[in-house]
Design a binder for this molecule. Structure first.
Ligand SMILES: *Cc1c(COP(=O)(O)O)cnc(C)c1O
Length: 412
């Protein structure tokens, strides 16, 4: 979708606004499917936590995607969006046995990431097929904030605990039907990823009833020019041949599964915010928008760099700006950005705003969360209304009778 369309949507629906391009989501889904077309049975389970609006989930379902969920609430959203229970995998970490049992009772595939719950669940429900999340202790990417495969990571069952894992499976007679890993949020180095896959294959040989092997996610998409992007075609080629070879060795055709979040929705998302103030200080020019980390926290939380463009003045001369928010905190979206000259009232667009943007938003400073729009076949569909003051008050209990202001007369 082009800048003019985005600008029109900002006028029609107001700012701040999230806009998602259905066609981009669909083309990313097709691209990944094509990269692995050499696999007999492929499952892509969209990671709902990246962008969990029910209309987005419906779009994913229509594309033939499955759903990767991390909470019972995401499971319920997925079911409401029309996913069949068997198309949903529940991959939480650190949740209670009760929550896992609740998800299991709804018929979704359970993925367990620790020995304690595995032993309890297996003892109570030996007939329910369970996937296990392995930690291969491989770091993908260099940023320890988003790599979850390393030795101190809380995610998954360590490969060094396989003997204990096998003992539990043996004693409970539970049925392990899948093996899973999710090494981190960035697959930068395909060889590192393939190395981790070998550990997964090695682990898989211990289980006779597998139906699938789930390689998690970590597909990297470019956020700014010059960013490295996962070469999914190269990964597809290399992993496909290795996977097919493993299936022969294993003696049965298995399903190859992935759980992409960012890859499917990041680039489809545009966040539009209006410039409230242009402020010149002794050292910089600030452009303050009607937003902050209450709406888009990734730059402040992860240091991610979202490209920012001025939709209102695309031909204006470029100047350096610090783009900041209106929250009473340091909420810098970008420093030293060259942007077409900004005037108060202009609409700025933050790119790559599909994944982990709206879903991480909050009401900090008692601000409303933005509206969301889905752009499909040249038409805009409102998929979330902008919040109102009632939303700020919702669930708050006002104990007004507890605290009475002393009457003026009694105060001496
Ligand atoms: C978050 C998550 C994903 C999605 O990761 P992306 O980097 O967004 O593709 C996949 N699997 C699991 C288990 C996750 O927690």
């Amino acid at each position: 979708m082009n800048s003019q369309n985005l600008l029109k949507l900002a006028t029609q629906f107001g700012a701040p606004l999230y806009v998602y391009d259905a066609e981009k989501i669909s083309s990313q889904f097709q691209r990944l499917t094509k990269a692995f077309s050499g696999v007999g049975s492929l499952r892509l389970n969209y990671a709902a936590k990246a962008l969990s609006n029910i209309s987005i989930l419906r779009l994913m379902n229509s594309l033939g995607s499955g759903l990767d969920t991390v909470s019972i609430q995401e499971v319920k959203l997925g079911l409401m969006a029309g996913f069949k229970p068997e198309s949903i995998i529940f991959t939480p970490n650190g949740v209670s046995l009760e929550e896992i049992e609740e998800a299991s009772a709804l018929g979704v595939q359970i993925n367990i990431d620790n020995l304690s719950v595995l032993e309890q669940f297996g003892s109570k429900h030996p007939d329910v097929p369970v996937c296990i999340r392995i930690n291969p202790h491989v770091m993908a990417g260099g940023n320890s904030k988003i790599s979850v495969g390393h030795i101190d990571s809380k995610f998954g069952i360590s490969i060094h605990q396989i003997p204990h894992l096998l003992r539990i499976v043996d004693l409970t007679k539970m049925n392990i039907n899948g093996i899973h890993m999710h090494t981190g949020s960035d697959i930068l180095d395909i060889d590192v990823f393939l190395y981790a896959s070998e550990i997964l294959f090695e682990t898989a040989k211990n289980f006779k009833n597998l139906e699938f092997i789930d390689f998690g996610s970590g597909f990297k998409v470019p956020y700014k020019t010059g960013d490295i992007e996962t070469n999914v075609e190269e990964l597809g080629n290399k992993l496909t041949s290795r996977f097919n070879e493993f299936c022969k060795e294993y003696g049965r055709e298995l399903t190859l599964a992935f759980e992409p979040g960012k890859f499917l929705v990041s680039e489809a998302g545009h966040f539009l915010a209006k410039v409230n103030v242009v402020k010149q200080t002794t050292s910089t020019v600030f452009a303050s928008v009607d937003s902050g980390f209450n709406h888009l926290i990734r730059p402040m939380l992860y240091g991610s760099s979202h490209e920012i463009v001025n939709l209102s003045n695309p031909k204006g001369k470029e100047r350096y700006y610090s783009v900041v928010g209106y929250i009473c905190e340091t909420d810098t979206f970008g420093n030293n950005r060259r942007i077409n000259e900004i005037s108060e009232g202009d609409i700025l667009c933050f790119k790559n705003a599909g994944a982990y943007c709206f879903t991480m938003s909050s009401n900090y400073n008692s601000r409303y969360r933005p509206a969301e729009v889905l752009w499909n076949k040249g038409k805009a569909h409102l998929i979330r209304e902008r919040e109102t003051f009632d939303d700020i008050l919702r669930n708050q209990v006002d104990v007004k009778d507890l605290f009475k202001k002393p009457k003026a007369a009694t105060v001496k």
